[in-house]
Design a protein around this ligand. Structure first.
Ligand code: ZN
Length: 494
């Protein structure tokens, strides 16, 4: 035990010495007066006060763990010191506690030899080189896309995986993203291995082939490279949650209840690039990978009331958690929250998060996958976490497009129409969708709406057209097709 404290002291001294160079965030344990209770209104107010300065990482009993940037550290301490009910202690941030192995910066070729091995975290250059090499090796099904650059000029990269683009005119688009919190690299390593898995198995594995032939899978392993490589491009030690400006990118988006700038910060370069991508690409489903807990978190984060599709969200989250538990041999993995799933607001309220932004502003279904209690696991565990999550990810890709899909077209010339597809007596809080997916040669007219089985009444409406109402049973497991032709209110060609 003594040795442990000595090690901890040495670590802390090293971390403190480094704090003067590139680090720009700090980590605190705050002890609340009583055990955290999500329905305790006064405690929620207190957490909101703390969140003015810091972002909550995790809550365990009465212990609250938060990050704070160098800019806001003094203000946080002033607040904590002013409240006699709160005690606190500064801790070494999680990313400084280990010395993770990283690919050899001098020899990029070594990294490629690690494919299928995954026993190192990549340097930034090797990360970029890996994605680039995958796109070059599999040009028929993979392409590398830069959505923009980070504050420090790192590339914000996505690998788009899709085959035979002409086989179906409407392809559901998925986006899987990791490390919006730069120090949560476990998800990034799962996504890099997923890229390798999908590309190398496409020609030989029918299940993978079906997915890649019918979906567009966009994978963004590291959304916040400035955070992941906060201490330099050749190390992930000291990776930060925040971006280079000390901003939590998962609090930096417009919020349905807290307004355009819920964190009081301007939209960061990463946020702007991401919003632009979402306007261009109409994703039907998104998964964000995080670390620090083991559970699937589903909407809302900002509203206490439930999402209109709460039953669907619970079923898809349950599916993920059950498969992950099974893949892990029921060793206790992915059992956080309610046996592996939790409603966001019931866990702790988040404003400006990506999950709610997707749902409310983009009409995209989205969940958050917390895939490891350790944010930067030992490199011997990197393949293990991939194995724990692969079956779950494949199931999501297969099952999310079930529900209803189809087209909305103009009765006169069959051109696609961007209409709203709303379920009467069901939808609320922007849970309706638009028929804005590419259809034939048109930029709109197609739609996909994930749903659980049931009887639904759809209202399809667009400006200038007479709305239509369709009653439709949605049996599962196959998606049900719904094609609607709308008639203009005042025909022009009579
Ligand atoms: Zn996170």
């Amino acid at each position: 035990m003594k040795n442990f404290f000595l090690l901890f002291t040495v670590l802390f001294c090293f971390y403190s010495a480094s704090a003067h160079s590139t680090i720009h965030e700090f980590y605190f344990e705050i002890t609340l007066p009583t055990t955290y209770c999500p329905t305790n209104y006064e405690m929620r107010i207190q957490l909101k006060e703390i969140e003015r300065f810091a972002s909550i990482d995790v809550i365990e009993g009465e212990h609250l763990y938060v990050y704070v940037s160098a800019r806001k550290r003094d203000a946080l301490l002033d607040y904590l010191n002013s409240d006699p009910d709160l005690t606190y202690e500064e801790l070494v941030p999680p990313s400084w506690r280990e010395d993770p192995l990283i690919t050899d910066k001098l020899n990029d070729l070594k990294f490629y030899a690690l494919i299928g091995n995954w026993s190192r975290y990549p340097t930034y250059n090797n990360y970029v080189a890996f994605l680039d090499s995958m796109a070059k090796q599999y040009p028929q099904i993979a392409s590398l896309i830069e959505m923009g650059k980070s504050v420090n000029g790192h590339q914000l990269l996505l690998l788009k995986i899709a085959a035979n683009p002409n086989t179906s005119s409407i392809r559901p688009k998925f986006i899987l993203s990791g490390a919006i919190h730069g120090d949560e690299l476990v998800g990034s390593m799962i996504l890099l291995q997923l890229i390798e898995y999908l590309l190398t198995n496409y020609s030989s594995n029918q299940r993978v082939r079906t997915l890649v032939d019918n979906l567009e899978i966009w994978i963004n392993p590291i959304f916040n490279p400035d955070g992941s490589y906060a201490q330099g491009d050749d190390t992930v030690k000291g990776a930060t949650r925040y971006n280079a400006n000390g901003v939590d990118l998962n609090r930096n988006l417009p919020d349905p209840s807290a307004g355009e700038h819920p964190d009081g910060e301007s939209w960061q370069k990463e946020t702007v690039a991401f919003k632009k991508l979402l306007i261009e690409q109409k994703f039907i489903f998104a998964v964000d990978f995080h670390g620090g807990a083991e559970l699937i978190n589903y909407p809302w984060d900002t509203f206490q009331r439930l999402h209109a599709d709460d039953n669907w969200y619970q079923s898809i989250s349950r599916l993920y958690a059950d498969a992950a538990q099974q893949s892990a041999g029921h060793n206790g993995y992915m059992t956080g929250g309610n046996n592996g799933i939790i409603n966001g607001y019931a866990w702790y309220e988040v404003n400006g998060g990506r999950q709610d932004y997707f749902n409310y502003f983009e009409h995209t279904r989205a969940v958050t996958a917390e895939v490891s209690k350790t944010k930067i696991p030992h490199t011997t565990m990197l393949t293990t976490y991939f194995k724990y999550n692969l079956a779950s990810i494949l199931l999501l890709l297969e099952q999310v497009p079930r529900g209803v899909w189809g087209t909305v077209t103009d009765v006169r010339d069959a051109s696609g129409i961007m209409a709203s597809v709303e379920i009467l007596n069901h939808d609320r809080d922007n849970s309706f969708i638009f028929s804005n997916l590419e259809l034939n040669n048109f930029k709109q007219g197609g739609f996909y709406r994930p749903l659980i089985a049931g009887e639904y009444q759809f209202k399809i409406s667009a400006p200038g057209y007479t709305p239509q109402i369709r009653q439709l049973p949605i049996p599962l497991p196959l998606p049900t097709r719904l094609d609607v032709q709308l008639t203009p209110v005042t025909p022009v060609d009579h």
